[in-house]
Ligand binder design. Structure first.
Ligand code: SF4
Length: 331
């Protein structure tokens, strides 16, 4: 059973742990697999105990979930139900008998509205935890004469206002200046890379900053240049269901070979430091695009997004770089 596909009904349920547990109970679950995101695994005992308090057995998935792209099938893990914490589901990747619980991020509605009160028109968005507050922020802004919108995105970001690290369509579907309401700058940086210009982020306490893509773009172009001289490539394909892009990987490997270079596909679950020691000189990553961007500093070899890989090939062939950086987005 996919719980409550109507976002409005869904919000009432999944932002409340008690209600999520009640659903699991009513579904007749006996063994519940608990899947937690990075940053919440330290609180695993709280979730496991809460499940057991409802007379269900609790199992813990032993790896933090990347996002809703990384939802485990409970049956494959020996459970009959899943409690996935921290993300809103992609309907096409949701196992039967799953409940999604998103702990809300406390947002100071007045302070966020204060930070944006001097704008004419804004589009509001943010990660799942802030979504319950966005309509109130928008209402407060409208009272102050600001045209504030919250729009539904496409594909994996189809919830009103939802922004993912790889999908910004909710902000781009709205008129008005896109504003990311979030704790960290991760989501705003992705949008800034996509747009090629600074993006405004307001944190839940109302502190605003401008996230500039230029420092990251400079690092990305340095990696592209570095990779333009290599002879052997690996193309990473993830076995995480919402990150697996087989066709793209085949296309990239073909393009690399057509350029007279060596290429092999590399199958992984996660892109760890171990990929540096595979004897390859550079990697094209078709898994989560943000892994290439965020984790590059910890790798000894270039790990490029698909667009960046094609740019490296173009440079290697004596061509010029594209004037526009293309952020790797997923639908
Ligand atoms: S692919 Fe990466 S950015 Fe996209 S939803 Fe998954 S973890 Fe988030």
């Amino acid at each position: 059973m996919l719980l409550l596909l109507n976002p409005l009904t869904y919000v009432e349920v999944v932002w409340n742990l008690g209600a999520a547990l009640e659903y699991l109970s009513r579904m007749g679950c006996r063994r519940v697999l608990v899947q937690l995101p990075q940053g919440m695994t330290h609180a695993s005992e709280r979730f496991l105990s809460a499940v057991e308090d409802r007379s269900m057995e609790a199992l813990l998935w032993g790896r933090p979930a990347y996002g809703a792209c990384d939802v485990v099938d409970p049956e494959a893990a020996g459970a009959d139900c899943l409690l996935h914490v921290g993300h809103l589901p992609f309907p096409w990747l949701t196992p039967e008998r799953a409940v999604f619980y998103v702990p809300p991020t406390e947002v100071d509605v007045g302070a966020v509205a204060d930070a944006l009160a001097d704008r004419r028109s804004v589009a509001l968005g943010g990660p799942a935890g802030v979504l319950p507050w966005l309509p109130r922020v928008a209402g407060e802004l409208r009272r102050r004469g600001v045209d504030a919108g919250i729009c539904e995105g496409r594909g994996r970001a189809r919830w009103p206002g939802l922004v993912l690290g790889c999908n910004f369509t909710s902000l781009l579907s709205c008129r008005g200046e896109p504003v990311v309401v979030s704790d960290g700058s991760f989501h705003a940086l992705g949008l800034a890379l996509l747009l090629g210009r600074p993006v405004v982020r307001v944190d839940p306490l109302g502190r605003a900053e401008t996230v500039d893509p230029m420092p990251t773009l400079r690092r990305r172009y340095a990696l592209i240049h570095g990779a333009s001289g290599v002879r052997s490539w690996g193309v990473i394909v993830s076995d995480i269901p919402g990150q697996r892009r087989e066709e793209l990987a085949s296309f990239l490997c073909r393009s690399i070979r057509d350029a007279g270079l060596r290429c092999w596909q590399v199958r992984v679950t996660e892109v760890t430091r171990a990929v540096d020691d595979l004897g390859l000189e550079a990697l094209a990553n078709t898994a989560c695009p943000r892994v290439s961007i965020e984790d590059s500093p910890m790798h000894r070899i270039p790990i490029l997004t698909p667009f960046e890989t094609l740019q490296a090939l173009r440079l290697a062939a004596g061509g010029r770089l594209s004037r526009k950086y293309v952020m790797d987005v997923m639908f």
